[in-house]
Design a protein around this ligand. Structure first.
Ligand SMILES: C[S@@+](CC[C@H](N)C(=O)[O-])C[C@H]1O[C@@H](n2cnc3c(N)ncnc32)[C@H](O)[C@@H]1O
Length: 231
């Protein structure tokens, strides 16, 4: 499904979110500016799609470190998404290394990363507990996890208004522009069955993450979940 929508994925993201998606990824990146500024920090964008989050993270790497140091990595299991990511990576301020891999079984050694981040990807995993265990496995002791995901908005009026847009208008526009009606029906359906922020935070704690926290952005449309590797 993701491979089929890859050609129009960025256009639809920006259009359907009124470019809020760009603001959200940049905000996530700013939150981890201290890690990005560390010499040699090891960073992974999981379910990277066309690498917009990896690029937002790369933008915050200080100029003094851009030429040296390790690449920011992006992993996704959709080849067409990675092909688009590769085109965009050519202009990145920091080298991006793209890996075709399943987030449930990543080809990285234990304790490989200081920051593992994912935007709008985690919700799609077949097993959230297994996903969290795998992300924790590849984090270095004390390393940080960031999960940016959609949520149900706050407030009854806005929730109904947004619900109409998300379940009716968005799938219709998505179907016309991408030519794939199923993918844009899947989006609101997958958000509806995704654990609410409190439930996901509990799951992160049960998986062994510490300093687990979440914050709602833009009237609760999206939530940033954070935690640190527990050892
Ligand atoms: C909604 S897109 C998000 C892409 C990107 N992170 C962004 O911010 O736009 C979800 C991405 O997750 C990828 N994905 C879903 N399940 C995956 C899995 N199990 N392993 C790797 N990638 C996965 C899809 O291929 C798709 O590129």
């Amino acid at each position: 499904m993701f491979s089929r929508i890859a050609p129009r994925y960025d256009l639809l993201n920006h259009l359907l979110s009124l470019r809020f998606d760009v603001i959200w990824r940049k905000r996530l990146a700013r939150r981890f500016a201290d890690i990005l500024a560390r010499p040699g920090a090891r960073i992974l964008d999981v379910c990277c799609g066309t690498a917009d989050l990896a690029l937002a993270l790369a933008e915050l790497v200080p100029h003094s470190q851009r030429a040296s140091g390790s690449a920011i990595r992006g992993a996704d299991f959709s080849h067409p998404m990675l092909l688009r990511a590769r085109e965009k990576a050519a202009g990145a301020p920091r080298r991006l290394e793209l890996v075709e891999a399943d987030a449930l079984s990543l080809p990285f050694a234990d304790a490989s990363f200081d920051l593992v981040a994912t935007a709008f990807g985690f919700r799609n995993l077949a097993n959230y507990a297994a996903g969290l265990r795998e992300l924790r496995r590849i984090l270095a002791p004390g390393g940080s996890l960031a999960i940016l995901e959609f949520a149900e908005p706050r407030g009854p009026f806005f929730r109904r208004l947004f619900g109409f847009y998300f379940r009716r208008v968005l799938p219709a526009i998505g179907a016309i522009i991408s030519g794939n009606a199923r993918a844009y029906r899947y989006l609101p359906e997958s958000v509806a069955r995704f654990p609410n922020p409190r439930e996901l935070a509990e799951l992160m704690e049960q998986t062994g993450f510490r300093e687990v926290a979440f914050e709602s952005w833009t009237a609760g449309i999206v939530t940033l979940h954070t935690g640190r590797e527990g050892n």
